[in-house]
Design a protein around this ligand. Structure first.
Ligand code: PLP
Length: 401
């Protein structure tokens, strides 16, 4: 009965707390306030006037800064606008409407196409597929990445499988880092579709929470080494490095894919916002500058991850399992009857990402995964929200006992 009493008290408090989206907190955004006074010069290193049209691929100095961080040769990096999600969306649209290198026809001419979706995964990847009529097939994640036996079987046997979503480092939401062996198998596996592509969303490439950064094998290089040079499409952005609403994004791939991508984007734009690109170069400077900046982020958010872990351990013990990620933005909580827990939390004023959002079509067959995004609220609010969430977990467990 303690849980019902605690829940009644929780509901009485009239809370309004939000743990839904992985947003940087205002204090994190403050770390980049100096950018608002940049760039000091509107001339790029080669003298280009950054105020004008042109340079579709992006300034070389910014590509040289972020290429190595994303494991892409700078000459094969394209700089986009503030959302890497838009680059991913547009890549799929371009593949639907214009033949990707190696394809027999445009994807829109195929009777059906399928993407593999490791679960739990990122809901906005799934939304792109839903919007563009792509069938999704869930593949379970393990501690080293997706179940590669399942992936290899599906990719080798079914030519409808044209794509696969991957968040290889500090995955959203599980925090998993793909092992070297997983990356090697992804690069080497035979594919029934000659135009099979891996959407390698390395959104958390530099987002470490500890002093021992995870290392990720180089998918692009491994694909080339295994005779599949056009397989990997790499994405990243500075959304959670500098300013989530005013960062820069990156696409990187083989020379053939980059040429194909630029040929398509040339019809959309005469050139990107190079002043923002210069602003990023002046502010971050080099790889050491990025690492120092990311350490300041970690100082602000690592205590939030520790707090969540501490409260869950104290309050839930054997009732649930959860991840303790070494980087990224999310904790994945697994509980029985997740949808009911989320509904109870909502009724008590604690907003969580809808249960099921971590799975294609919003359907978590085990009804277990709840994604916790701890970065935005300050510590006191976060503690209240997580304590409240644990009350809801205990309540549902008590009612279902
Ligand atoms: N990819 C992943 C895995 C994410 O978690 C997020 C944001 O939460 C994004 C992409 C969005 O990136 P961007 O702001 O560059 O569109």
């Amino acid at each position: 009965m303690t849980a019902s009493r605690d829940y009644a008290a929780l509901a009485q408090r009239g809370l309004s707390l939000d743990l839904t989206r992985g947003k940087p907190s205002p204090r994190q955004l403050d770390l980049s306030n100096d950018m608002l006074r940049l760039p000091e010069s509107y001339h790029a290193a080669d003298g280009t006037d950054a105020r004008n049209y042109g340079d579709l691929q992006g300034l070389p100095e910014l590509r040289e800064l972020f290429g190595p961080l994303l494991q892409v040769p700078p000459a094969q990096v394209v700089v986009g606008g503030n959302a890497s999600l838009a680059l991913m969306h547009d890549t799929v649209v371009h593949a639907l409407l214009g033949k990707v290198p190696g394809a027999e026809r445009r994807w829109v001419e195929e009777p059906e196409i399928t993407f593999l979706c490791p679960v739990p995964g990122y809901d906005r990847h799934f939304t792109i597929c839903e919007r563009l009529g792509i069938t999704m097939v869930a593949v379970p994640m393990g501690p080293d990445g997706p179940d590669m036996d399942v992936v290899e079987r599906l990719v080798a046997s079914d030519p409808k499988v044209k794509g696969m979503w991957c968040v290889p480092k500090y995955s959203n939401p599980s925090g998993v880092v793909y092992s070297d062996e997983t990356v090697r198998r992804l690069a080497a596996m035979p594919a029934a579709a000659p135009d099979f592509r891996i959407f390698w969303d390395n959104a958390y490439a530099v987002h470490h929470l500890t002093d021992t950064p995870a290392e990720l094998a180089d998918l692009l290089a491994l694909c080339a080494a295994h005779g599949n040079p056009d397989r990997a499409l790499v994405y990243g952005s500075t959304s959670k490095v500098t300013l989530a609403g005013a960062g820069v994004s990156f696409f990187g791939s083989s020379p053939a894919n980059v040429e194909w991508f630029l040929a398509n984007t040339r019809k959309q734009s005469i050139g990107p916002d190079k002043l923002n690109q210069l602003r990023h170069v002046e502010f971050l400077r080099d790889a050491d500058g990025v690492a120092a900046h990311m350490r300041r982020h970690a100082e602000l958010i690592a205590p939030k991850f520790e707090l969540v872990d501490r409260v869950l351990t104290k309050e839930l013990g054997g009732l649930a399992t959860w991840t303790s990620p070494r980087g990224g933005y999310f904790i994945s909580l697994e509980v029985p009857h997740a949808a009911e827990v989320v509904a109870r939390a909502k009724a008590a004023g604690i907003a969580l990402t809808p249960a099921g959002a971590t799975h294609p079509y919003g359907e978590d067959p085990d009804d277990r995964v709840i994604r916790i995004a701890p970065t935005y609220p300050e510590l006191d609010e976060l503690e209240q929200a997580i304590l409240g969430l644990t009350v809801c977990v205990r309540l549902v467990a008590e009612e279902r006992a």
